[in-house]
Design a protein around this ligand. Structure first.
Ligand code: ADP
Ligand code: AMP
Length: 217
């Protein structure tokens, strides 16, 4: 893991850092990215159990916002149905509130940032630069199969919306992953394998160096 520095948001530069939330809490953030159905939520649940992170899914926070009857609810609902990226003002605020309310200082932020504007807004508002990015790399064919059998009653798990979401991922989200890759921050995982095998690869990324050495012997 990289270092955690205590810095006011305005002073944070784009180094391997983290920063503070409104209560000056030092936090560690890992962004979990990958196409729809690549297994982000599934693996985050495993990571929470083993590594003590708090999992914040941008999609789940947006769906909760719709259910809460918020004034933005209808707009969010329509955008999700179309597979579109909800404006950063909404998502960044939801993420920041969830982090502030959490007693934890380690977060897995799943499904965010989804475009360059998300990325810049998050860093500007929170002053947080992610520790690294877990990127679940999976073929569209496999993701489509998984989404069509997810059975969670989601409005957007139909073939028409799925195709739109794939397009948005390639056009808007992959460039964010490429940006972080250029900073050496991307940890790419082959997510097309069975859940347990994917988690073994995830553990290798998240385990402290000392544990990795111990596992060799
Ligand atoms: P995401 O959060 O990236 O959209 P999910 O974790 O919700 O993806 O996974 C989508 C669907 O695929 C779920 O029904 C999940 O149970 C299933 N799934 C997740 N990972 C795998 C895997 N490695 N192999 C097969 N199915 C998987
Ligand atoms: P997910 O649960 O990650 O599959 O997201 C479902 C949908 O929620 C996406 O297709 C978007 O419409 C919306 N959404 C999720 N995350 C974000 C985000 N970071 N920014 C904007 N919209 C998002």
């Amino acid at each position: 893991m990289g270092t955690v520095v205590d810095a006011a948001p305005s002073l944070v530069s784009d180094k391997e850092t983290n920063a503070s939330l409104s209560h000056d809490k030092k936090v560690t953030v890992v962004f979990v990215l990958g196409g729809p159905g690549s297994g982000k939520g599934t693996q985050c649940a495993n990571i929470v159990k083993h590594f003590g992170y708090t999992h914040l899914s941008a999609g789940d926070l947006l769906r909760a916002e719709i259910k809460s009857g918020s004034e933005n609810g209808t707009m969010i609902q329509n955008m999700i149905k179309e597979g579109k990226i909800v404006p950063s003002e909404v998502t960044v605020k939801l993420l920041q509130r969830a982090m502030d309310e959490s007693g934890n200082d380690k977060f897995l932020i799943d499904g965010f940032p989804r475009n360059e504007e998300n990325r810049a807004a998050f860093e500007k508002v929170t002053g947080i630069v992610p520790e690294f990015i877990l990127f679940f790399d999976c073929s569209e064919e496999e993701m489509e199969k998984r989404l069509l059998s997810r059975n969670q009653g989601r409005d957007d798990d139909n073939i028409e919306t799925i195709r739109k979401r794939f397009k948005v991922f390639v056009e808007s989200s992959l460039p964010v992953i490429e940006y972080y890759n250029s900073k050496g921050k991307v940890r790419k995982i082959d997510a097309g394998r069975p859940v347990d095998e994917v988690f073994e690869a995830v553990k290798c990324v998240l385990s402290p160096a000392s544990e990795k050495v111990a596992n060799v012997f």
